[in-house]
Design a protein around this ligand. Structure first.
Ligand SMILES: Cc1cc2nc3c(=O)[nH]c(=O)nc-3n(C[C@H](O)[C@H](O)[C@H](O)COP(=O)(O)OP(=O)(O)OC[C@H]3O[C@@H](n4cnc5c(N)ncnc54)[C@H](O)[C@@H]3O)c2cc1C
Length: 464
């Protein structure tokens, strides 16, 4: 059966765009979670027409498709369930246009997020969404997950920058949603619906993205605390003074020690928490805010305040933040990365609950994340080969979600539902919410071929 499909797809797309060897398919069997699934085949279309032809072919034969960017997702979204054909979008990698007058970029889905940052900055423009994976993640993956990142606090998330999309629908037809204007209220907002739909409603092939003027100046500041709760309270105090940092990240003691062990970045090993912040804007304002933030942190018990005096020093501090994920997997091989999010006033309460949950279940939980917007990343460090530890982790995850919902929060701020959070979705959206989401999925994808088993439902062959 596979051989016939390989021949058909090779005829449709070209033999070099079909990957069938098992060793090669293995490279597409994972994402940033511990879930895995070997795809039936992998295809790498080279343009929208090829994506459309492929999807029409799959629709007629009811072949499940799994769109894939860089595979850095943290909810299992691009992990193929049995029989799924992975559609890698990395060959659609052109920044088609950077328009300085309309301040927008037109990019193909496989463009790496960091490349867009660089291309925009080269003409003094700014694309704010910056998931910590931006060196490898793709714009298609960012739009499909509505990715956030450290700059979400001040600048919002991916959806706030998507003006329009080119999407291949599950029957192979191509639509363009939105457009090149800031304002657009023509009909239902399909752009927003597709953004964050995790590849379950169609394949994004192109995006029109809003850009901002590049801020004149940026300064990075790091404050360390001997008490985690004090650090969390300092965050609310900074925001209450009307200062909105461009980024405001927290790392707890477990995270700091892991990062330092992994790559010596000069983080204080005896601290209970650090806050890492970027302030940006006009040079004079940044200078004033820097002093105020320092004062507020000291008032809330900060021991040391370190200001980066060069872009190199600033990059070094942010490298420490970006090293968190690789550092954590040195401790235990399985890292379960949650991103339950609470209103930011509840960050101190959520941190307390996370520490209680870790102690109750005898688990190492590293807490870090985008604390300024309430989006903490408790990472449970376990070994998936240890069933007893995995069972304790499952219980802890359920309690983390309960705690977030009880504090007025949500299951996921930016990583999406995918496979991992699917069992908990109803808890947040309720029965009617589930029913309407299911109907929406059926309206778009009546044959259920587009990333089946993600967000909603189960497919019969779901063995992960
Ligand atoms: C170290 C690390 C740090 C991270 N930091 C952040 C962070 O700060 N903020 C954040 O939000 N996330 C973060 N993530 C998660 C992840 O990087 C994001 O979700 C990112 O948007 C995924 O992009 P990708 O190209 O890797 O997509 P993939 O992982 O390949 O796919 C993700 C989902 O999108 C779908 N998809 C991919 N491309 C398309 C397309 N063209 N059309 C339709 N559907 C598509 C897939 O089917 C899947 O459901 C991090 C991950 C890692 C490993």
């Amino acid at each position: 059966m596979r051989d016939v499909l390989v021949k058909d797809l090779a005829r449709l797309l070209g033999a070099d765009r079909v990957i069938s060897q098992v060793e090669d398919r293995l490279c597409y069997s994972y994402d940033g979670t511990y879930k895995t699934g070997i795809p039936r085949l992998v295809v790498k279309p080279g343009n929208t027409e090829q994506v459309a032809a492929l999807v029409e072919f799959a629709y007629q034969r009811e072949i499940p498709l799994v769109p894939r960017g860089a595979g850095t997702g943290l909810s299992g979204g691009s992990v193929p369930l049995a029989d799924g054909v992975v559609v890698s979008l990395t060959a659609l990698n052109r920044v088609v246009e950077l328009d300085r007058v309309d301040m927008l970029a037109v990019v193909e889905a496989g463009v790496v997020t960091g490349s867009l940052h660089k291309a925009a900055e080269a003409v003094r423009l700014f694309y704010p969404p910056d998931p910590a994976s931006s060196a490898v993640s793709t714009i298609g993956g960012n739009v499909a997950e509505c990715a956030g990142g450290p700059r979400g606090l001040k600048y919002g998330v991916t959806r706030d920058y998507v003006l329009g999309l080119e999407v291949v629908l599950p029957d192979g037809r191509v639509i363009n949603t939105g457009g090149r204007t800031i304002k657009n209220v023509t009909g239902y907002d399909l752009t927003r619906l597709i953004t964050g739909s995790e590849g379950t409603l169609g394949i994004i092939t192109r995006a029109v993205l809003r850009l901002l003027p590049l801020p004149e100046h940026k300064q990075t500041i790091l404050a360390d605390f001997l008490d985690l709760n004090a650090a969390a309270t300092a965050i609310t105090a900074i925001l209450a003074e009307g200062i909105v940092p461009a980024a405001l990240e927290i790392m707890d003691d477990v995270t700091i020690r892991c990062v330092e062990k992994h790559r010596s970045a000069g983080l204080p090993l005896d601290a209970a928490a650090i806050l890492l912040m970027d302030l940006d804007g006009p040079r004079e304002t940044v200078g004033q805010q820097l002093n105020r933030v320092g004062e507020i942190c000291r008032r809330h018990g900060a021991r040391n305040i370190r200001v980066a005096h060069s872009t190199g020093e600033s990059a070094e501090l942010w490298q420490a933040r970006r090293a968190v994920s690789p550092a954590l997997v040195q401790v235990k091989p399985t890292k379960i990365s949650e991103d339950a999010t609470v209103p930011r006033s509840q960050v101190p309460a959520m941190i307390r609950r996370l520490k209680e949950i870790a102690a109750r279940h005898n688990l190492d939980i590293a807490i870090f994340g985008h604390a300024g917007d309430g989006n903490l990343h408790p990472n449970i460090l376990v070994d998936r080969r240890n069933p007893a530890e995995m069972a304790r982790a499952e219980n802890a995850i359920a309690e983390i979600f309960e705690a977030a919902l009880a504090l007025g929060g949500t299951l996921s701020g930016e990583h999406g539902i995918g496979l991992l959070k699917r069992p908990y979705l109803k808890q947040e959206v309720g029965s009617a919410g589930m029913e309407y989401m299911t109907r929406l999925k059926q309206a778009f994808d009546p044959k259920g071929i587009m990333n089946p088993g993600k967000i909603l439902g189960r497919c019969a062959s779901d063995q992960n």
